[in-house]
Write a protein that binds this ligand. Structure first.
Ligand code: B12
Ligand code: SF4
Ligand code: SF4
Length: 383
């Protein structure tokens, strides 16, 4: 067996589901596409996503001096068990599938380190390697596409033949010469289901995503108030969004992943009860979400999102809890604002009374202008 075949076999033995190899040349087309997106304002909201980052992310040689090839890896995060079900009876939110299990950054980096050790044994010499999973500057989809793992879907996801898009990407840049693979010659064809289903219109054209409209950005990355006009479109999503993947025909026959930590989930991880989230203490939040991607939203962010979902569900059972959040001076100011917005969506008198009480309260304070504005709008709407 060749060195390349041995390395690929080691990757699959480590638990990755797909492996391909790319050379380490600059990714020029990807850089042009990404710079164009930045110029067009499509990455607005992500302050760290700068033209300099895009330049670096498409130059593997600068990320690892002496780079000769890139190992592109994918790990399915679907479980072998049936998907969790939404139990009826109480208001529940939705968490995107990628966040149901343990944090993939940690899990895949550990796996990558094991693999790198294995590669050194195979090569019989020390090998310089740098592992990338999501957070470091490397244009991961572009590398994976060039390494033959899949094609760019119109929803911007990398679609893997036989596995779809429910897979994380991970790459290892190596100073080892390996035989590169060819890109797959597939495309979405005439399909455009993802574009039609996106609730916020974030997929503005095939393969073009307006970050600042994407529910994934709004619920995870945005650390401010959610634009009011987008809130009603967010449905029950409180962390991430899967709408443009759920409709994708390539995902019809998903590949069950083999990494236990990524598929150790239950119904509550997928469809969390919303009311207990509103009163979750910092300690309880950390205990529940430690080691999972959801921690990134922070407690107040998740509570802000839960208010929006409750406003969209408009189940009157939520009114007392939302009223409690609104009047809680210890609660994060943005959470209180979103609770006011949610209450303004209920036709019930009880919701209006809670808004009026809060309105009377904020007249006496000088430092609550944003809440006052939100209350004014909510009361006008509920009138
Ligand atoms: C920033 C970011 C986001 C942003 C912006 C997403 C975006 N589409 O750009 C936000 C916060 C919205 C986000 C959301 C999600 N993300 Co994200 N995200 C990233 C990150 C850090 C950078 C992506 C990036 O560079 N975007 C800029 C765009 C322009 O570049 P691109 O995505 O590579 O797009 C290429 C194609 O679109 C192509 N292209 C250009 N023009 C055209 C035109 C046509 C017609 C076509 C077909 C293609 C095409 O060229 C581009 C350059 O290669 C990567 C990790 C990384 N370091 O790469 C993860 C990553 C892309 N995210 C990932 C995931 C899982 C998600 C979510 C599914 C999470 C969720 N469920 O909520 C959603 C999916 C939303 C979506 N439809 O993309 C995975 C995707 C795995 C996969 N199979 O593709 C990645 C790779 C992380 C990982 N290591 O697994 N994410
Ligand atoms: S993740 Fe949701 S909001 Fe974002 S592009 Fe896909 S369907 Fe639209
Ligand atoms: S839904 Fe259709 S157009 Fe969108 S990514 Fe899947 S195959 Fe491509």
């Amino acid at each position: 067996m060749s060195l390349t075949e041995d390395v690929k076999r080691a990757a699959l033995e480590c638990g990755f589901d797909r492996v391909g190899i790319s050379d380490a040349a600059p990714l020029r087309a990807a850089e042009a596409a990404i710079q164009e997106r930045i110029r067009a304002g499509m990455m607005d909201g992500l302050r760290w996503f700068t033209p300099e980052r895009a330049r670096l992310a498409t130059r593997p040689q600068e990320l690892l001096p002496g780079a000769r090839s890139i190992l592109a890896l994918a790990a399915s995060y679907l479980g072998v068990r049936p998907a969790p079900t939404r139990r009826p009876g109480v208001p529940r939110g939705r968490v995107a599938r990628y966040a149901w299990g343990r944090d993939y950054h940690d899990v895949l980096k550990d796996l990558g380190r094991d693999l790198l050790n294995g590669i050194e044994t195979i090569a019989g010499r020390p090998v310089a390697g740098r592992i990338f999973v999501d957070s470091s500057p490397l244009a991961e989809r572009a590398v994976a596409q060039r390494a033959g793992l899949g094609w760019f879907g119109k929803n911007t996801m990398l679609l893997l033949p036989g596995a779809g898009s429910w897979a994380f990407l991970c790459e290892i840049i190596l100073d080892l010469e390996l035989e590169p693979d060819q890109p797959v010659g597939k495309s979405c064809g005439a399909c455009r289901r993802c574009l039609d289903v996106c609730p916020t219109g974030a997929l503005v054209a095939p393969g073009v995503l307006d970050n600042s409209r994407c529910i994934s950005f709004l619920t995870i990355e945005l650390k401010e108030r959610i634009p009011r006009h987008l809130r009603p479109l967010m449905g029950e999503w409180i962390f991430g969004c899967d709408d443009c993947q759920e409709v994708c025909p390539v995902n019809r026959k998903p590949l069950p992943g083999r990494i236990e930590a990524l598929r150790a989930y239950d119904d509550e991880a997928a469809f969390p009860r919303l009311l207990p989230l509103l009163t979750l203490t910092d300690e309880a939040f950390r205990a529940r979400y430690r080691g999972t991607p959801v921690l990134r939203a922070k407690r107040w962010g998740l509570q802000r999102n839960a208010c929006v979902a409750l406003g969209n569900l408009a189940d009157p059972v939520a009114i007392p809890a939302l009223a409690g959040t609104l009047s809680d001076e210890e609660a994060h100011p943005l959470v209180r604002e979103h609770a006011a917005w949610a209450l303004g969506r209920f036709p019930q008198r009880e919701a209006r009374r809670a808004l009026e009480r809060a309105w009377a309260g904020v007249q006496r304070t000088t430092d609550a202008s944003a809440l006052r504005e939100e209350l004014g709008l909510a009361l006008d709407r509920a009138a």
